[in-house]
Design a protein around this ligand. Structure first.
Ligand code: NAP
Length: 281
């Protein structure tokens, strides 16, 4: 079975559009600031997706596009001004930043209340403690939303998450843990990865390498969530799994494109609407 991100996104967008409609009636216009440095193709592509999603659900997007040679001080000043601006409810920073800017310093400057992509330590603390405060990184949460949409109750099941980045792997593992899943977190030093993955009833793949996880990791009955996005030599998008090899073996899998990536900006838009509602209370 294919776990189609578009269906999940559609359902999320309908709910977010309703919430934005209610906010509009109260005179509140949810607004997302998108902060980009330079013109990286990945950033521009994500920005286009976010703009489209905002327009669809009734969020005002404001793009702050800065030149590649922007200094850290200038960037921090902009972040401070976005924090102070009461008409802005969420801030999305397209990263990685150029090497001369310290990622940690900029993340620390952002008001956690406006951190709709879960990059601040405050947001991550909320994810790890399971307090529901702050917002989880959108991609990690997209994995959970796909399971929910397809009525896959993960409680009590064994999940393996391959990849331990702060953006995807670690928060995805924590979100699964809060759903009472028994989670194993794997990384580049994991021994016998295929053997570990084979035990998974739910397999989340976020290794950042095209087609790195294949049939050797697949097992019948498995639910596979492929987080990867890569441009193949043929110009087609591919994931971190070898889809053609895994799909005939497993019970369900997300395609690339049209899987986890299709849900990420819908989660982002939902976070902006929730941030606007919270800030205006
Ligand atoms: P990342 O920061 O490069 O992290 C990759 C992780 O995979 C690391 O923890 C690394 O382990 C682990 N890893 C690498 N090779 C491995 C191997 N052979 N076996 C086991 N683990 C291995 O990547 P990321 O930012 O988490 O992104 C992961 C993927 O998601 C990428 O393909 C990216 O394009 C995609 N992505 C998609 C979205 C979306 O919206 N769908 C958003 C963000 C990212 P170590 O820690 O030991 O090095």
């Amino acid at each position: 079975m294919l776990l189609e991100g578009k269906r999940v996104a559609q359902a999320l967008d309908e709910a977010t559009a309703r919430q934005c409609g209610e906010l509009h009636e109260k005179g509140i216009k949810p607004c997302l600031a998108i902060l980009r440095i330079g013109e990286r193709a990945d950033d521009l592509s994500y920005e286009r997706g976010a703009l489209k999603r905002c327009q669809k659900v009734g969020i005002e997007p404001r793009v702050y596009a800065l030149p590649q040679d922007t200094g850290e001080k200038q960037l921090l000043e902009l972040v401070e001004s976005l924090n102070r601006d009461e008409t802005i409810h969420g801030v999305l920073m397209l990263r990685p930043f150029p090497a001369h800017i310290r990622d940690e310093a900029v993340r620390a400057a952002l008001d956690p209340a406006k951190d709709v992509d879960g990059i601040t330590d405050g947001s991550l603390a909320g994810v790890f403690a399971g307090t529901g405060r702050g917002f989880a990184p959108c991609t990690a949460e997209a994995c959970i939303r796909i399971l929910e949409h397809y009525h896959i109750d993960p409680a009590g099941r064994r999940a393996v998450v391959v990849g331990r980045s702060l953006v995807v792997g670690r928060p995805a593992a924590m979100l699964l843990l809060h759903k009472n899943v028994t989670v194993t977190l794997c990384h580049a030093k994991t021994q016998n990865l295929p053997q570990v993955c084979h035990q998974a009833e739910i397999l989340v793949v976020a290794v950042g390498k095209m087609g790195a996880v294949g049939a050797e990791c697949a097992a019948p009955g498995q639910i596979v969530l492929d987080v990867g996005i890569h441009m193949g030599e043929d110009g087609k998008l591919r994931g971190d799994t070898d889809f053609a090899a895994m799909e005939p073996v497993v019970e369900a899998i997300t395609p690339v494109p049209g899987g986890v990536g299709a849900v990420t900006t819908s989660v982002l838009a939902e976070h902006v609407a929730r941030a606007a509602a919270r800030q205006c209370q």
